[in-house]
Design a protein around this ligand. Structure first.
Ligand code: AMP
Length: 498
């Protein structure tokens, strides 16, 4: 069955169920029946604009219920949804246009891209909505099989050009079913949704769980601790990135009482620091559930709903999925050792859009090489140690930034840290750290380095500490180590070994 059919079938069980509520929709919000009825008209409208099965509909638009309707309408018309981060510039967008070759595109300022949009109907979201809202008979869902393409998600592209991960109906649907049952989703759940909807977390994980039930979504157009706290009464589930939890903890309004009605707090998209996990539990009496996933596979592992949620680990592989660890050369690693995480399962994408070589490089015997370094304990619990490309090789020895960060973050006066490698004449790469300090509690670099030398082998101890007021992060809370590497690339250019 296609993804749209599954979502529609769920909605037909209880069409009067409220789908979205947000301040702009009034007290009633919009029901699942109304949502799908509009998606049906919009799907017919998309066909009238020339969209056929397999065609791409590219969307760069601020979060709104209309964008969700457009997502559903695209699936219903049998087309392929291509969401893009609203932060992308016109130059970056020109690349996506050439690569995805969409039939219809929604852009904030279509004229700015006129030179690249030949053969594509480009409109603002308002203009498209006006056109698609015209009186029209709903289009019956175009039949789709599990293998048909449903969406292309462009990866954040921290190295080289961004690649389009091709996700099929089967990939998205299997992941949605798995999460729904794993996280015990219920009809009376109310999700506080403050994530962007151009990314796997906010678009697929959060919305599919709610839509499959179907259950209510409190749709906040952007994250702020105040807006989330205001939305909590009567809500049961929140999904956020680690930065959201840090910011919620800064808000005095986050109390055990404010969180009392909630049954599930999910974190992912970047590592959740154990301190944040513990501080959240101390404040609210509830444990965050950390899970791990990526654009290419949706969710891969999750801490359990019932059973220990261990800070610093991302839990167990989802049912039907498989994980294994390999060395860079593809050899199995010893039990308990760090290796590159490889995955297989119905959630794993089929390859990168129009990039057969990149696709071939990313799979080994049918297993997708995630690029994340991980450890798996004897119970199958996975811990992510960092990205493979962030691994620092100093004097021929491997240093996993996460290990150094977790020691640094525990030291007095350190708010958070990011460990990375920069070129060094003697060592090849030198381990260095950007640190955000709590100025009044920081004992100074000398004391900090001495404490690091006690806790870590000498080759892992940073050769320089760079104080910053904040770490550079993208909207999903991921620290931009590329930027840090570029900013500090010259640190040892004169060969000054510390
Ligand atoms: P994206 O495709 O933008 O969702 O990025 C996926 C990457 O985010 C993964 O390959 C991991 O490096 C990282 N990631 C996601 N969730 C976690 C997590 N819970 N802990 C550590 N890293 C994570």
């Amino acid at each position: 069955m296609g993804l749209y059919d599954a979502l529609w079938r769920a909605a037909e069980q209880r069409p009067e169920q409220r789908a979205f509520s947000d301040p702009g929709l009034g007290a009633e919000g919009v029901s699942y029946g109304a949502l799908h009825a509009r998606a049906g008209r919009w799907a017919a409208g998309l066909q009238a604009l020339g969209v056929r099965s397999g065609d791409r509909v590219l969307v760069q638009a601020e979060k709104s219920v209309e964008v969700v309707v457009l997502y559903l309408a695209t699936l219903r018309a049998g087309a392929v949804y291509v969401p893009l981060n609203t932060a992308y510039t016109a130059t970056e967008m020109a690349y996506f246009f050439t690569d995805a070759a969409p039939t219809v595109a929604v852009l904030p300022a279509p004229d700015a891209l006129a030179a690249h949009t030949d053969g594509c109907r480009c409109l603002t979201l308002n203009a498209l909505a006006a056109e698609l809202d015209e009186e029209r008979e709903a289009l019956a869902p175009v039949p789709r099989s599990a293998e048909d393409l449903a969406a292309i998600l462009y990866t954040s592209g921290t190295t080289g050009r961004s690649k389009g991960a091709m996700l099929s109906h089967g990939n998205l649907l299997s992941n949605a079913h798995a999460l729904r049952s794993l996280w015990g989703w219920q009809a009376d759940d109310v999700l506080v949704h403050s994530l962007p909807i151009y990314h796997v977390h906010g678009l697929f994980v959060a919305l599919h769980c709610a839509m499959l039930e179907p259950s209510e979504v409190r749709f906040l157009l952007r994250f702020s601790p105040e807006a989330v706290l205001e939305a909590l009464p009567g809500a049961t589930v929140f999904m956020g990135v680690p930065t959201h939890y840090v910011r919620l903890l800064d808000a005095p309004g986050l109390t055990g009482q404010a969180a009392a009605g909630m049954r599930l707090w999910v974190s992912g998209s970047a590592p959740l620091r154990p301190e944040t996990h513990e501080a959240f539990e101390a404040r609210t009496g509830q444990k965050i559930l950390e899970r791990y996933g990526m654009s290419e596979a949706g969710m891969i592992t999750s801490n359990p709903l019932k059973g220990p949620r261990i800070p610093g680990t991302v839990g167990f592989v989802l049912p039907e999925g498989e994980v294994r660890l390999r060395s860079e050369e593809g050899a199995p690693v010893l039990e308990g050792a760090v290796g590159v995480l490889e995955i297989r399962g119905p959630n794993v994408f089929s390859g990168y859009w129009r990039q057969p070589e990149k696709t071939a490089e990313s799979f080994r015997d049918g297993w997708f090489i995630t690029g994340d370094m991980a450890q798996i304990d004897d119970t199958g619990r996975v811990s992510i140690v960092g990205r493979h490309k962030d691994l620092v090789i100093s004097g021929g020895l491997n240093v996993y930034p996460r290990e150094v960060e977790s020691v640094l973050d525990m030291l007095p006066g350190i708010e958070e840290s990011a460990v990375f490698g920069v070129p060094h004449r003697d060592f090849g790469e030198a381990v260095v750290a950007a640190v955000v300090l709590k100025a009044d509690a920081y004992p100074g670099d000398g004391v900090t380095l001495a404490a690091l030398r006690e806790a870590l082998a000498a080759f892992k101890v940073p050769k320089a500490l760079f104080p910053l007021t904040t770490l550079p992060r993208n909207t999903m809370g991921k620290v931009q180590k590329n930027q840090l590497r570029a900013d500090y690339a010259e640190t040892f250019s004169k060969g000054s070994a510390l």
